[in-house]
Design a protein around this ligand. Structure first.
Ligand code: TNX
Length: 536
């Protein structure tokens, strides 16, 4: 006890006296978990503000998770408390009861939507205070509490992520984190068309996205190779259009209940699903399912290759808009989030005139069903709707029509292909992925600024960032993970952390510390040589 207290007084990073100190000091030589707890600023994404203090909190076998919520928010606080307990119980072996009983000890999750002191936290921010007696997480909304829980996970030893009982101690450094996101849109896209991914695979990815405070899951639900969502009024879209994939495998599609389950699960991890039906190009699967959608009235065969730009809906035909109306109506009805993505990229088989005419007719349909249009940035070459969002996927930010649209009010989500595309190869030896936008190593992926990326676009037009994962070459969860990690956390940090924290040399050390967590979680990441992964 005495020795422990003396150490704490002499060094900010050393451990204070605690019921664990006698045991941990003898264990610290061999056991990395017994070393000084992770400093509060060593997490990904970097927090907006960190104030370290002496001391630390240790989760003990009798700790409780105390949840409270004012103004009717107690249920949301309990949901997050239950989630935290699910993360902590298997590895700690502690019972960690979730209780609404108040107290000044334990892990306290407080939702205070109207309290004056937390107004600046917004919907997604949180404050994490750690003293010797308690960890107190405060937020205005469940998203803030949930994001705070993700930070707390990273402050505990990596072994907390294992699903069998591990040795502690489970200590968290003292001090306060006050954290809010830089951008409202921090997305990840999964292409479920080129290869189909089932509900459980999507859930696994959602859990991984949630670790880094990603809040949008963009699902690319249709393309030339597959239509992946059941539409009752056009049933062959899924049954025929969804029956294969790249390489000729069996493909698949989501029933409406499957899709609702994905939406529900994403919401439980504070992600909003953004569904995409790519139009007027990338539509071979639909054209193959219904002959009348083709200008010549002849259905093409299903397609299992990887070329792009050869298909188009028939812009002059009225039935095209019956189809679009039905699909958007049914998809909007299934989707609680405010956004509906209509694609619009690589419409190489549609004349410019037809493209503009098509977008002029389709955008109002999205509005009619109560949703906000999102489109790939080629939409800025047409007439983007007043509240439209353009997703930029170019490689140098020089497109004048994008900047002009941004000046006129179009909001931008940035996914530059040579930075944010998770399907680009890391280098020439990467066994998966493509290289049309070059090789994208971890540093290349992280080291850019979304606020100034598009030449002449006002910084205020930038809504956020998104990391797309196209699946021409990907079929399994480990393959998804190999491409997403470690690049995804870097894009997540660009979306969350203030520009003032941006620093590759600092980031690479913080992301290196995620490696043991990914090992503990069974995430099959790419061991980038640019990152100083801990050895052991
Ligand atoms: C371009 S990015 C595409 C996709 C491909 C991707 C492969 C975009 C909007 N279109 O159709 O899958 O490249 O990297």
């Amino acid at each position: 006890m005495v020795a422990g207290a003396g150490t704490a007084a002499s060094s900010a990073s050393a451990s204070p006296a605690s019921p664990w100190s006698a045991r941990s000091s003898s264990a610290s030589a061999q056991d990395p978990a017994a070393a000084a707890p992770t400093a509060l600023d060593r997490v990904v994404p970097a927090p907006a503000s960190v104030r370290p203090a002496a001391g630390s909190y240790a989760i003990r076998p009798d700790a409780r998770i105390r949840v409270s919520g004012s103004d009717g928010s107690a249920r949301s606080a309990r949901r997050v408390g239950d989630y935290l307990a699910q993360v902590l119980r298997p590895s700690t072996g502690f019972s960690l009861p979730v209780t609404t009983r108040s107290g000044d000890d334990g892990i306290r999750l407080r939702l205070t939507p109207k309290a004056a002191g937390v107004r600046t936290l917004g919907e997604e921010g949180y404050r994490l205070q750690v003293t010797g007696r308690a960890i107190t997480l405060t937020a205005r909304g469940s998203a803030g509490l949930f994001h705070g829980v993700q930070t707390l996970r990273q402050l505990l030893p990596a072994s907390v992520e294992r699903t069998t009982r591990q040795a502690g101690p489970w200590r968290v450094s003292g001090g306060t984190i006050t954290d809010v996101p830089r951008y409202a849109w921090r997305g990840a896209m999964l292409d479920v068309s080129r290869h189909f991914f089932g509900v459980d695979q999507v859930k696994r990815y959602i859990d991984q996205l949630a670790l880094y405070k990603i809040n949008k899951l963009h699902l690319h639900l249709s393309d030339d190779q597959g239509w992946r969502i059941a539409i009752d009024s056009w049933p062959k879209l899924a049954s025929h259009g969804g029956s294969t994939q790249v390489g000729g495998g069996p493909g698949g599609y989501y029933t409406k209940d499957d899709y609702r389950e994905i939406v529900r699960y994403a919401a439980s991890r504070e992600l909003t699903v953004v569904p995409e039906i790519d139009m007027p190009g990338h539509t071979n699967a639909a054209l193959a399912s219904y002959a009348e959608l083709n200008c010549d009235g002849v259905a093409p065969p299903l397609y299992t290759g990887t070329e792009v730009g050869f298909s188009s809906l028939c812009v002059p035909k009225e039935v095209t808009y019956d189809f679009v109306d039905d699909v958007i109506r049914e998809l909007a009805a299934l989707t609680p989030g405010p956004y509906l993505h209509i694609g619009g990229d690589e419409a190489h088989s549609t004349s410019h005139e037809d493209y503009v005419a098509f977008m002029d007719r389709v955008q109002p349909v999205v509005a009619k069903y109560g949703k906000t249009v999102v489109g790939w940035h080629q939409l800025t070459g047409a007439h983007p709707a007043k509240d439209a969002i353009a997703q930029y996927w170019g490689t140098d930010g020089s497109e004048k029509e994008v900047a002009d649209a941004a000046k006129a009010g179009t909001r931008l989500v940035l996914s530059p292909a040579n930075r944010a595309y998770l399907d680009m190869k890391y280098n020439a030896d990467t066994p998966l992925g493509q290289n049309w936008a070059g090789y994208v190593e971890a540093k290349q992926s992280y080291d850019w600024d979304p606020g100034t990326y598009i030449k002449d676009a006002p910084e205020s037009s930038v809504l956020g960032v998104e990391a797309p994962l196209w699946s021409e070459t990907l079929q399994t969860s480990p393959q998804i993970e190999y491409m997403a990690f470690p690049r995804l956390p870097g894009i997540a940090e660009l979306g969350w952390s203030p520009a003032s924290t941006h620093n590759w040399d600092d980031y690479k050390v913080r992301v290196a510390a995620q490696g043991p967590r990914w090992d503990a979680m069974g995430i099959a990441y790419y061991h980038s040589p640019q990152i100083p992964w801990p050895t052991s």
